[in-house]
Design a protein around this ligand. Structure first.
Ligand code: BG6
Length: 480
């Protein structure tokens, strides 16, 4: 469908950028912080650094926020490390950790940058993990208490909250992310029980938010990927539908409608993986209402039907690379997409599909909380980082928001990954996403100096003009 005149971005569109605590802060054991499951990891993929220093944002708060202000950010999405607030997850509060986020939030508000707070981004307290983690219902209560502490402390300064980052990726690819040691099909029964408990925890946090704070808005933040059938075969189409329901809708249906969709439930039941649901759980989830939907988008998935007895390498892959699952689907390479250096497809049109699908299914306003290009950036002799590939990637995705707006979709913000370089979930610091380069490598901490990339100056213009530069004809895939 050709659209000759794309609508402009709404006047108050929230241009932002995102990070998470453990991937940026460092200071992993400073000022009373307890260890998280990420800190407790015993090994890291070969050649990649750990998270003990990350990009040291803990010690660069004023400098980094001043750079975000120069960039022109309207909002900054970051997460709060549970283990800074309550070092063992359910015991005593840590005043120094609480003070740190007051400092960060105050600094953002000083520049008029709206804080967008993720309550939990992969870093479960290790002490809770040792007691059974999300498989233990006590973790639900611990999360509710943690949420209430956040609302009590920061509620007067933070308007928008995100509950749990990418719960679906923790369940489907937690081994790659380092959030679980469970692996393979045999672990799925436990994982789907954890999943259910997280939904209950999320519902309790949403209810507490609305009870404690008059004007606050809260929403979930899953990773959503459109699922394409590999061919026009009706079987492939049904398979794609199944994977949409299990990978994507399961997570939003529970958050928004408080119900397991029929396809996901049939899948769980058939395999004996359906979770134990305690009295009151479903009522609670129905009562909890998000105000908006946040979602992360990187890539699409293409799938084909799989024969009943066909074996498949169902190793977990990662957030955007899935091989398939016995009895469910086979992943197929999409020959229409270019790939990043890390093997993730590049699919801006898939972003439009996702915006439409979420909007038409739930009719809630939406904000994109992650989208970006992980690449090997080079600091050149002129002291710059010429990341034109990132500019092109982001331009193409931003343009799709305008197409979605033309489709009638309500998008109120875009927060690419990432505001500043950080340590990726399993591919080290060499895989960079930021508008701001941080001078370190996986093996050498170097100066940790901050250097504005070319994409920084480009995004600054996008935000200032509330529009993409005219010279980029993105839909055609070329720069004029
Ligand atoms: C998302 C996560 O899945 O993808 C982020 O929420 C992560 O934490 C991002 O960094 C990019 O993935 P990766 O594996 O390249 O770091």
């Amino acid at each position: 469908m050709h659209i000759s005149q794309l609508p402009p971005f709404p006047e108050n569109f929230l241009w932002g950028a995102s990070t998470s605590a453990y991937q940026t802060e460092g200071a992993w054991n400073e000022d009373g912080k307890g260890p998280s499951v990420i800190d407790a990891r015993e090994s890291y993929p070969e050649g990649t650094c750990d998270y003990t220093v990350a990009t040291d944002t803990y010690h660069h708060v004023e400098e980094d926020v001043a750079l975000f202000a120069e960039l022109g950010l309207k909002t900054y999405r970051f997460s709060i490390a549970w283990t800074r607030i309550i070092p063992d997850g359910d015991g005593a509060e840590n005043p120094a950790g609480i003070a740190f986020y007051h400092r960060l939030i105050d600094e953002l508000n000083k520049y008029g940058i709206e804080p967008l707070v993720t309550m939990y981004h992969f870093d479960l307290p290790a002490a809770l993990d040792q007691k059974g983690g999300w498989g233990n219902r006590a973790t639900v209560d611990a999360f509710e208490r943690f949420a209430k502490i956040l609302f009590r402390e920061y509620g007067s300064k933070v308007k928008r909250w995100l509950t749990i980052n990418e719960q679906n990726m923790m369940i489907l690819h937690g081994d790659a992310l380092g959030t679980t040691k469970l692996r393979g099909l045999a672990a799925k029964k436990d994982l789907y029980q954890q999943n259910h408990n997280m939904f209950v925890a999320q519902a309790k946090a949403m209810i507490a938010c609305h009870e404690m704070l008059d004007d606050a808005l809260i929403g979930p933040a899953p990773n959503i990927a459109p699922v394409y059938p590999a061919t026009e075969s009706p079987e492939d189409v049904v398979t794609a539908d199944n994977w949409w329901a299990i990978r994507n809708w399961l997570y939003l249906d529970l958050a928004v409608r408080g119900e397991y969709n029929g396809i996901a439930w049939a899948y769980l039941k058939e395999r004996g993986w359906e979770p134990t649901i305690e009295d009151g759980d479903m009522d609670l989830m129905k009562a909890a209402q998000p105000d908006f939907i946040a979602f992360n988008y990187y890539n699409s998935q293409t799938v084909a039907a799989i024969a009943e007895d066909e074996d498949i390498n169902d190793g977990s892959g990662d957030q955007q690379i899935a091989w398939g699952e016995k009895g469910l689907y086979k992943a197929v390479k999409n020959s229409h997409l270019e790939m990043t250096s890390f093997g993730w497809g590049i699919d801006p049109h898939g972003f439009r599909t996702v915006m439409r699908q979420i909007w038409f299914r739930y009719q809630l306003p939406m904000i994109l909380t992650e989208n970006g290009l992980g690449e090997f950036d080079t600091l050149t002799d002129d002291g710059r980082v010429h990341d034109d590939y990132r500019i092109e990637y982001l331009s193409k995705h931003i343009e799709q928001i305008q197409y979605a707006l033309a489709d009638g979709v309500q998008m109120f913000g875009y927060c690419p990954w990432s505001a500043i370089d950080l340590v990726s979930t399993h591919q080290g610091v060499a895989k960079r996403y930021g508008f701001i380069y941080v001078d370190r490598t996986d093996t050498d901490l170097k100066s940790l100096a901050r250097i504005k990339k070319d994409s920084f100056f480009w995004y600054q213009q996008v935000i200032a003009n509330n529009a993409l530069p005219e010279s980029v004809s993105v839909e055609a895939g070329t720069k004029a």
